[in-house]
Design a protein around this ligand. Structure first.
Ligand SMILES: C[S@@+](CC[C@H](N)C(=O)[O-])C[C@H]1O[C@@H](n2cnc3c(N)ncnc32)[C@H](O)[C@@H]1O
Length: 261
């Protein structure tokens, strides 16, 4: 079913989005020029996309535990791995953008909320081979397939946790001294999104990158995005329509960008 909210948001976005040449901020210009619009075919892309191709051929039936909001594909409980792989994962173009952003951040610790079958998790891990990568997924059967993917891709640094973000995250955060990348890609509800941001904030710092998926998905997600943009700890934000980037850089005037992607 067509999400009319998303269509209207897209039209608004398309009317205001700028390319790199409309940017006057040196920070954002460098990010756009060297990272967002970087066309280099990194060899890691092929490694991860091989795993996606295997998932697209996998006919096993999974019984899904659905804890989130924002699925465009209905709430059917039984799905084939192949169907999940074709509907629920980030496209190569978007996942590769996330790879480049994370690579540029040089993170020590990366946290992903929403593993699904593990394709973006692999991109996060391949972006910084020596980073600690923690990913959380609420559906046990989906998480089990993701773990097979991590083994097959020899991504031994990924720590895969199973459970509801609301239950797993508070205890996990007590054990982490700092967080350089936070990728929120599940449970697209206004209050949940704001909670995850607030909970992680004490260990995020001025070199951290925070990526929110589906910032225009619903009225609630747009409200969450506006609140995050206005948050006193936030300096720079960028709207790339499907994802929003957040930076907490000190000494930087508060500024928001809408970037064509
Ligand atoms: C959009 S998918 C993630 C896609 C994945 N990052 C990719 O593109 O490769 C979102 C995932 O978050 C999980 N999820 C949603 N709400 C959750 C919650 N409250 N706790 C744990 N997992 C949740 C869903 O089961 C789903 O697999």
């Amino acid at each position: 079913m067509l999400n009319m909210h998303l269509v209207k948001s897209w039209l608004r976005y398309a009317a205001t989005a700028k390319g790199r040449h409309g940017l006057h901020s040196p920070f954002m210009y460098r990010l756009a020029d060297k990272v967002i619009y970087d066309k280099t075919p990194y060899p890691e892309y092929g490694l991860v996309e091989d795993q996606r191709r295997k998932l697209l051929r996998d006919q096993r039936l999974l019984t899904l535990t659905d804890l989130g909001a924002g699925s465009q594909y209905g709430n059917r409980k039984q799905r084939r791995v192949s169907a999940l792989a074709s509907n629920a994962l980030k496209s190569p173009r978007l996942a590769q953008l996330i790879y480049r952003l994370v690579r540029d951040t040089r993170p020590g610790t990366i946290l992903e909320l929403g593993t699904c079958l593990g394709i973006t998790t692999l991109y996060l891990a391949k972006a910084q081979a020596d980073a600690r990568v923690i990913t959380i997924e609420g559906c046990p059967q989906t998480a089990a397939v993701a773990r097979e993917v991590f083994r097959s891709a020899k991504a031994g640094q990924i720590e895969s946790l199973t459970g509801n973000f609301d239950e797993v995250l508070p205890d996990l955060l007590k054990t982490l001294p700092s967080l350089e990348v936070l990728f929120v890609d599940g449970n697209h509800r206004r209050d949940a999104t704001l909670n995850y941001f607030e909970w992680c904030l004490p260990i995020l710092h001025e070199d951290s990158l925070i990526i929110f998926d589906d910032i225009h998905w619903s009225k609630g997600m747009e409200e969450a995005w506006e609140r995050i943009k206005a948050h006193p700890a936030v300096s720079v934000t960028a709207d790339l329509f499907h994802i929003g980037l957040v930076f907490l850089r000190g000494g930087q005037a508060k500024e928001h960008f809408t970037l064509r992607f």
